[in-house]
Design a protein. Structure first.
Length: 179
């Protein structure tokens, strides 16, 4: 991350692992990174439903250029947790995994890194929303409708979704309408 801009409702996180393009470091800093190493993370390539499922480009993952592991992570964060499930990184090659079922397996591959994206609301993220208004909807364009069991789950989805400024939770249908 080379620059940030103030924007209400957004959180910018920088991975503190100190990785370079040639040596992926996947040890997360406790409490600071929404990225979790899968099966240890280092020297692991991501897979879909099992070790033999490499995924399908455009459906399960999107290849992107990234000079560093941090750059690959930034692509994922920009997509938001509704789309990005994790990343695979290897020497400037970044795959942002968007498979709806997530990354469920890895295989050993020297130099690769496989990380799951699992953002949680940090201090102040959910508390930054205005108090709930019962029986009201939020004005604005609908970004996404996602399943949610509680307003807290909607908050997590909204804080992770790019451009989300608020949400409406409808308990009867267990839906979060992100706006």
């Amino acid at each position: 991350i080379e620059a940030t801009a103030e924007d209400s409702g957004f959180t910018c996180l920088r991975y503190a692992g100190g990785a370079s393009a040639t040596t992926p470091t996947t040890t997360p800093t406790p409490g600071k990174s929404p990225f979790e190493p899968i099966d240890g993370g280092e020297d692991r390539a991501c897979r879909g439903s099992g070790p033999g499922d490499k995924g399908e480009e455009g459906t399960d993952y999107t290849p992107m250029a990234a000079a560093t592991l941090e750059g690959c992570m930034a692509h994922c964060v920009e997509m938001g947790a509704l789309r990005c499930k994790g990343i695979e990184y290897y020497r400037g090659r970044c795959e942002v995994w968007t498979r709806s079922e997530g990354i469920n397996a890895t295989v050993e591959k020297t130099g690769f890194a496989c990380l799951r994206y699992n953002p949680t609301p940090g201090p102040g993220n959910c508390g930054a929303f205005e108090p709930a208004q019962s029986g009201a909807d939020v004005a604005g364009a609908l970004i996404a409708a996602v399943h949610g069991e509680s307003p807290e789950q909607c908050c997590v989805a909204c804080t992770a979704a790019s451009g989300c400024e608020g949400f409406a939770f409808v308990a009867e249908v267990r839906e979060c309408y992100l706006k």
